[in-house]
Ligand binder design. Structure first.
Ligand SMILES: [Ca+2]
Ligand SMILES: [Ca+2]
Ligand SMILES: [Ca+2]
Length: 144
């Protein structure tokens, strides 16, 4: 079974840290439409209860919401009980597709993106996915 992609990024982060690239940050941003999805196996806070992870992950996993007025609560200006927009603000502003991996430089400038649905980062993957992990790692190091 493939390892979970967020877990691969967690491993990559730890590897970069161990090699001295201590100022790299990787953050997961959950889409607003997945607000109610269980996140425990994403952060792997209970490895025994998840089939796709073995270790507790340290990468931050945060929640995007639709919050145009900035009060920290998703917007319902028309009072119908449903969010006014189905996408969170970050996903909307950056036109995110599920499993997009966005690269920013030190100043926060957008560099590029990869979509990990088709671009499997698992270093144990075979065939055409071989080397994807190193491609991501090299890109991060080139921005360091
Ligand atoms: Ca919005
Ligand atoms: Ca709001
Ligand atoms: Ca509404």
């Amino acid at each position: 079974m493939c390892r979970h992609r967020f877990g691969v990024l967690n491993d990559l982060y730890l590897e970069l840290q161990s090699e001295g690239f201590t100022e790299v940050n990787i953050t997961g941003i959950n889409g607003f439409q997945y607000l109610d999805n269980d996140y425990h196996c994403m952060v792997c806070d209970d490895p025994d209860g998840c089939s796709n992870c073995d270790d507790i992950r340290i990468l931050p996993w945060v929640q995007d919401i639709d919050d145009d007025d900035g009060d920290g609560i998703w917007d319902d200006e028309d009072g119908d009980g449903y969010p006014d927009e189905s996408y969170g603000d970050v996903w909307e502003d950056w036109d995110i597709t599920l499993r997009d991996l966005i690269f920013l430089d030190r100043e926060g400038n957008y560099i590029t993106r990869l979509n990990l649905t088709s671009f499997n980062p698992d270093p144990t993957a075979l065939g055409e996915c071989t080397g994807n992990y190193d491609t991501i790692k090299d890109l991060i190091i080139s921005l360091y």
